[in-house]
Write a protein that binds this ligand. Sequence first.
Ligand SMILES: C[S@@+](CC[C@H](N)C(=O)[O-])C[C@H]1O[C@@H](n2cnc3c(N)ncnc32)[C@H](O)[C@@H]1O
Length: 414
Amino acid sequence: MGENVIDIKLEGVAHGGEAFGWHEGKITFVAYAIPGERVRAEVVQDKKNWARAKLLEILEPSPDRVEPRCVHFGIGKCGGCHWQHISYRKQLELKREIVSEQLRRIGHIEDPPVEAVEQVGPPWNYRNNARFSVTRDGSIGFRKGQSHEVVRIDECHLLHPRINELLRSFELSWPNLRGVKIRHGVNTDEDMVVIETDGKEQPEISVDLPISIVLQAGRDFVPLIGLPYIHEEVNGIRYRISAGSFFQSNTPGAERLVKLVEEFLEPKPGQTVLDGYAGVGLFSLPLVQSSGQVISIEENPWATEDLAQTAEEMGVDNLSLFEGPVEEVVRAMDQRVDAAVVDPPRSGMGKNVPGDLARLGVRNLVYVSCDPATMARDSGNLRSAGFELVRVRPLDMFPQTFHIESVSLWQRRG
Ligand SMILES: C[S@@+](CC[C@H](N)C(=O)[O-])C[C@H]1O[C@@H](n2cnc3c(N)ncnc32)[C@H](O)[C@@H]1O
């Protein structure tokens, strides 16, 4: 065995998807391995407190090891998926373990009430949007794991079949091309392609498909063909989504997310509910029907415009919309709020937000998270503001990857 080649038994899974075990007393991470396996691996990073090793051979395979579906999956290949080699049942188990471990270790919550991970739809072909990078020879693909290199992709098994179809139908080769985003309305059949450029020159484009094409240079979006937005329908509400707005990438997941937020929040007629980091109003628009008044806060101007437009089309008259950072808006507010839902970006929620929500009178707070590590970090500020964690339900919005969505309920008593 070479000096850096080790034989290691893997004992757990880390946030980030790697399995880990101990070699000569040091925690060592091995990607593409599964807890319970014994593997031969080569140490490629050796730090004071941890090491990382590259999988060479599986000596004792896990009963949960399965054949990956995609030819682009694996060491040194496409970095979009991390867990195609793990049975779907085991993926769900591992995600629950990760959420619990993050809340224990980072959030200092001894016995976090983490429920079983819920499957929200099919574990393949679920993504309604994708961003592709551009290879040196001008074709489009995904980035390799931990690298800037781009792997050409003919078909991605996570994407909705319509996005694969559009991907195959393009011939995009143009020196100023920086990336391509494709978004599909799964329940509306509307499509939008966003072409990212360096802004120097406009491409000539002709298409014979009924799709929207938008040119993006930095934060400017110019419609080239059709409208600069599409719609997606979730639980009977038809949301407008502009090229620059966020929308959940798993449509059945979004349907379940909305239901779960309502179930956890238990809004009552007459109550005022705040929706922080509201996007195009995924939660605000159902909440106007089940509560008295909704206050939506979102800093992205395209998303606020989408939300305002959809609310107007629905004839909503009990929604107040603030465009700006949640942190500043809640700091300046003095109106009573009964309940709140927050769904911050991966970086998490502003430090002052829990304290300000408590000051406004919030008792039930639902925290929707796409990153258990930042949720665990934010739990410190929530607890300092008097909120106690009641339950956490992880949802599998991102099968075959280590990414985890979760909905948690926090209550303030007294
Ligand atoms: C994870 S998305 C959630 C959106 C929406 N709840 C949904 O599910 O579609 C987070 C949203 O927060 C917005 N955002 C990010 N930082 C913000 C901030 N400091 N204040 C207000 N909005 C912010 C982003 O533009 C994005 O729309």
